[in-house]
Write a protein that binds this ligand. Structure first.
Ligand SMILES: [Zn+2]
Length: 259
């Protein structure tokens, strides 16, 4: 890592940004293929309409979309602006993670988890599932990173507290909570520890309620038009990942103020 210290910070940031866009591009492949249980590696990218392979020079994140005017080069079918949007969001998150932590374990963890959270959000909105292919490896990753960053005790308690609470809700509400949500929050608990997993649940429930009530008022929806919970948990996890320590410190110091 020594040689990296001679690379100017701005150039390093540029490299990280490009890397983030490429991670975003691969995340699009995961979003499209994982719910169909397809491999995310083979075959190489191809147009979903005409099946012609996407050439390397047409596969540059964001830029290719703009150069091609949002259309497939072979058949001219419209490509969803979701693709470049997801590349941009993940690119920005990974750059932000680098600006916060530099090249470190924290950066690697935050960058990986950020991309995974965006993937989960889109898949849950589109298919109402959080695939086991993400949550089960996520639990192992959560423990590995959590043991290192938060300590084994906080990580273990976080896993059982988060997973246990959601399991209890699932039992009491008779199916109001999906299995994917339970595995997700267990993985998140292992990653961030027990204090911050409570914060994730709080933020997720709050954001979910606000949006849910707004939709009911605007569209006259009922409980049947329930929105998935995964995206709000992902939002809570993202907030805690970037600002969790500040929020916990703020909360603890506020508790110690005499009223
Ligand atoms: Zn095509």
């Amino acid at each position: 890592m020594e040689f990296l210290s001679v690379v100017p910070f701005s150039i390093m940031t540029g490299f990280v940004a490009v890397f983030g866009l490429l991670v975003g591009s691969f995340s699009n492949v995961c979003i499209y293929r994982m719910p169909k249980r397809e491999s995310v590696v083979f075959p190489a990218s191809h147009c979903t309409a005409c099946n012609s392979p996407v050439r390397a020079y047409d596969n540059i994140p964001v830029i290719s979309y703009l150069l091609l005017g949002g259309k497939c080069r072979s058949c001219g079918v419209k490509i969803s602006p979701m693709y470049p949007a997801i590349e941009l969001i993940i690119g920005l998150l990974i750059t932000l993670a680098f600006l916060r932590s530099g090249l470190s374990v924290e950066f690697a963890v935050t960058a990986t988890v950020s991309a995974v959270l965006v993937i989960i959000t889109v898949i849950d909105f589109q298919h109402r599932i959080i695939p086991d292919r993400i949550t089960l490896p996520g639990i192992i990753f959560g423990f590995a990173a959590g043991f290192y960053l938060e300590g084994w005790r906080d990580s273990l308690i976080g896993f059982f507290l988060g997973g246990g609470l959601f399991y209890l809700i699932a039992v009491l509400s008779r199916g109001g909570m999906g299995g994917g949500d339970i595995k997700f929050i267990a993985a998140a608990g292992a990653l961030v520890g027990w204090q911050k997993v409570l914060l994730i649940i709080f933020i997720g429930a709050l954001a979910g309620s606000v949006v849910g009530i707004a939709l009911m008022v605007l569209k006259g929806g009922t409980r049947k038009s329930m929105i998935p919970f995964g995206p709000f948990l992902a939002l809570g996890t993202l907030a805690v990942l970037y600002y969790g320590d500040d929020l916990v410190r703020y909360y603890l110091s506020a508790m110690q103020q005499p009223f």
